[in-house]
Write a protein that binds this ligand. Structure first.
Ligand SMILES: [Zn+2]
Length: 370
């Protein structure tokens, strides 16, 4: 993967490129930053750049033999380690799944990765056996590349086992580069942290995310702005929200509100709830997140009707009606309602009960006296 494929982060890119060009490559680096900021893409681009046979000033050539293999994530001198599940399981046991996931894009969360390998509710882990495998893989001679690279993704999952890598970090084999990637560096052993060169990868701006969506996903301007405002600087989340739009959450909330508020809709509402429950917990979590966004926008309409509204025309009609009817206190109650529901769904509460309770409270809040 090339640097040009990662969104923004120009400062980090420049520092990485400079280190390679000056030959002052640290043996161990840490890319630290929030989810969806592009750390994995930067690590992949750096590894490819380090071994490119025809490096440009800013990026790898993308055409040489080394780049060709790196782009397929099959480079013999670019190794990966990441959390997996199962006693004694190694990253290499999941190499095919890892390549498949990378081929679909470098922005994904640990949760999404674990779902991809069918981990369900099991916790991912980088275990003792995997640490030994890291040491073994790096002790082998490089094929014919300038650098042997090991990318350890979600390095928080190393836990105490990380101590096994200390010697490797202190006295690395020649031309070896260890790239650790972490969202929460506090969970990495201090003994390791103190031996790495740190690159802070900041969260992306809404503008960067909108630009990324337009360029990479061919999203139109209005939708890109709407999604970027919701994604909290997290491109992985933006991609997830884009997927949501296929679920049409805007239309869903309008329909739900009408079933809750209009008379004699109880039977239809129960059916609607059953359908939502069947769609699964993830889909429901996204829907409730969307309800929070919708309520925030409704509050904005109430406070300052002239402000830019990040809702579709149909949604705006309902939001205006709601803003006209509900005092700000009521809108805050609605927000609380969706927020609690989202919290309960994420913690495996019974989805049918949660949705039924929210539906009843929603009606009481909207129709009740101020
Ligand atoms: Zn190349």
């Amino acid at each position: 993967m090339a640097f040009s494929k990662t969104i923004a982060q120009e400062n980090v890119k420049q520092r990485l490129v400079n280190s390679a060009r000056s030959g002052k490559v640290a043996h161990a680096i840490l890319l630290s930053g929030p989810s969806g900021s592009g750390k994995l893409g930067l690590a992949l681009a750096y590894a490819q750049y380090l071994n490119c046979e025809d490096r440009g000033k800013e990026d790898s050539c993308g055409k040489c033999r080394s780049c060709f293999m790196a782009k397929k994530y099959m480079h013999p001198d670019i190794h990966f380690s990441y959390p997996v599940v199962g006693t004694g399981a190694l990253s290499t046991d999941y190499a095919a799944e890892w390549r498949e996931k990378l081929a679909a894009g470098s922005y994904f969360t640990v949760y999404q990765w674990l779902q991809h390998i069918g981990a369900e509710n099991k916790q991912g882990n980088i275990n003792v056996q995997e640490c030994n495998s890291i040491i073994k893989r790096l002790s082998l001679k490089a094929y014919d590349s300038p650098y042997k690279v090991m990318i350890i993704w979600a390095a928080e999952h190393l836990g105490e086992q990380g101590n096994r890598l200390l010697k490797l970090i202190e006295e690395p084999p020649e031309n070896t580069v260890l790239i650790l990637i972490a969202e929460d560096e506090e969970r990495i052993l201090n003994t390791i942290l103190s031996r790495t060169q740190k690159f802070q990868v900041p969260r992306l701006s809404d503008e960067d995310i909108a630009k990324g969506l337009k360029t990479n996903m061919k999203t139109n301007e209005a939708k890109a702005l709407q999604i970027s405002a919701l994604s909290e600087g997290n491109y992985s989340k933006a991609l997830e929200l884009l997927e949501d739009q296929k679920d049409n959450n805007g239309a869903k909330i309008i329909h739900w509100m009408s079933l809750c508020i209009k008379k004699n809709k109880e039977a239809e509402l129960i059916k609607w709830i059953d359908v939502q429950v069947k769609e699964g917990r993830e889909s429901l979590k996204h829907f409730l997140q969307y309800c929070l966004h919708f309520t925030r926008q409704t509050m904005r309409l109430r406070y300052s009707p002239q402000s830019i509204c990040l809702l579709s025309e149909e949604e705006q009609k309902v939001a205006k009606w709601l803003a006209g009817r509900c005092a700000i206190l009521k809108l805050e109650q609605l927000y609380e309602l969706f927020n609690n529901a989202s919290h309960h769904i994420a913690r495996n509460a019974n989805a049918k009960i949660v949705l039924t309770n929210v539906s009843i409270s929603l009606k009481q809040t909207v129709l009740g006296k101020a």
